[in-house]
Design a protein around this ligand. Structure first.
Ligand SMILES: Cc1ncc(COP(=O)(O)O)c(C=O)c1O
Length: 413
């Protein structure tokens, strides 16, 4: 199957209860980068788990056995969509907490005088946890964005890599400028130099779960509540790396790969419900490619989502790019970025624009989105921040056109 099908949005929206929820009707959702709607399968599984399986998992009695099976199933199904082994998938309460735990687990591998590289493009989740290691004598170098475009130039990375560089943390895409960083190229460069790569995929994953092996990342993190699922963070850690990391779980569980990065008890129900994301993707694939073999569905679904978003992104970017009273953050080319569009209104406060959009039935975000360092680098006051309209594959062309019209009115001083 070479050609990508056209996304059937009516089918897609029927999989999301939010689209038939009366209290949300008449409002177009453009704050997906903050958290997507959850698909029906996830909500059903969560409800069923709480009704039927809300017991301690992995004992011999039936509810407990099934609860454990559901959790293992989620891990296996998401691993399949990410192209990794089940035991490389680790759940945690959020990406911020996952990076925090990971940084603690990496710390004993580092000696004073070792160095790591962070960016000023990241959400603070994949920045602060690493920068704090400076207190243990670790040198921190910053890979800086271009002050105009907000993009990271891979050529600027090379001079930052030194003999003692041990780790590089960077985003697949920023939650503000949304430019897709060439992850595979950067991670290969890091691996060749013996550097651990930690990629924050939170902004990218909702637009298609990536095939992690082809990215060559040692660690890849994203948040399931932004990929149509429950409020959990997911972190893929390459098997050979996890065995080198310090155990952050209880000491007597150190031998258990899946417990080493889980200092607290996991959220059983949410992990169990996460397989609903894979089931949603299965349904998407079966609906659009009824005759295709199961193998290859991850790539097909990824392409389907991407192909649905890019044409809708073009008019929004073009509208914002040509307005003199707006500074679009990040590239205007829809092919090189995610459908997360942040901009700074020149004549109004971002919060005011957000309120006006809300009055017109458009849900959008405003503020600094925890990417304070990036806004500062771009010369944007983080106290005021930016307006952000982010969408995903279930967004319709009519909603995007409506947003453009609403923005046209909302930007009037
Ligand atoms: C790019 C990016 N990284 C990390 C995070 C933090 O994720 P979590 O809320 O799961 O801690 C966010 C949250 O918005 C984000 O947008």
């Amino acid at each position: 199957m070479n050609t990508t099908a056209t996304l059937d949005r009516a089918f897609v929206r029927a999989q999301f209860p939010a689209f038939s929820e009366p209290s949300l009707s008449g409002q177009a959702f453009f704050e997906n980068a903050g958290g997507s709607y959850a698909c029906g399968r996830v909500i059903e599984r969560l409800g069923e788990y709480y009704r039927r399986l809300k017991v301690q998992p992995y004992y011999a009695f039936s509810a407990s056995r099934e609860a454990g099976e559901w959790m293992d199933h989620s891990r296996a199904r998401l691993a399949e969509y990410l192209g990794v082994a089940s035991e490389e998938v680790h759940f945690g309460p959020s990406t911020s907490q996952n990076t925090y735990v990971l940084a603690q687990a990496v710390r004993p591998l580092l000696a004073p005088g070792d160095e790591l590289i962070v960016t000023n493009q990241d959400h603070e989740a994949n920045s602060g946890a690493w920068r704090r290691l400076a207190a243990a004598g670790i040198g921190v170098r910053e890979w800086r964005v271009d002050a105009e475009s907000g993009t990271l130039d891979p050529r600027a990375l090379e001079p930052l890599i030194g003999r003692r560089t041990r780790l590089l943390a960077f985003p697949h895409a920023s939650n503000i400028v949304a430019h897709e960083n060439p992850v595979a190229q950067i991670c290969e460069q890091a691996r060749a130099a013996g550097i651990i790569s930690v990629v924050d995929g939170v902004s990218w994953a909702p637009h298609g779960l990536p095939d992690i092996p082809s990215l060559h990342a040692d660690v890849y993190l994203f948040s399931l509540y932004k990929t149509y699922g429950p409020h959990q963070g997911l972190m893929v850690v390459r098997r050979s790396l996890i065995e080198r990391l310090a155990n952050e779980g209880h000491y007597f569980n150190a031998h258990s790969v899946l417990k080493r990065l889980v200092p607290a008890g996991p959220d059983h129900a949410q992990i169990a419900a996460a397989s609903g994301i894979a089931e949603y993707f299965d349904a998407l694939d079966a609906h659009h490619y009824p005759d295709a073999a199961r193998a290859g569905r991850a790539a097909r679904v990824r392409a389907l989502l991407r192909a649905a978003e890019t044409p809708l992104l073009a008019p929004l970017l073009e509208f914002l790019h040509r307005r003199p009273d707006v500074r679009l953050l990040g590239p205007a080319d829809p092919r090189v970025r995610a459908a997360t569009v942040a901009f700074v209104p020149q004549r109004l406060a971002p919060g005011e624009v957000g309120r006006r959009l809300a009055e017109r039935g458009f849900m959008a975000g405003y503020g600094n989105f925890y990417a304070v360092r990036l806004l500062e680098a771009l010369g944007v006051d983080p106290e005021r921040g930016a307006v952000r309209a982010s969408f995903v594959h279930y967004t319709t062309a009519a909603e995007v056109i409506g947003l453009i019209e609403a923005l046209d009115a909302a930007l009037m001083p």
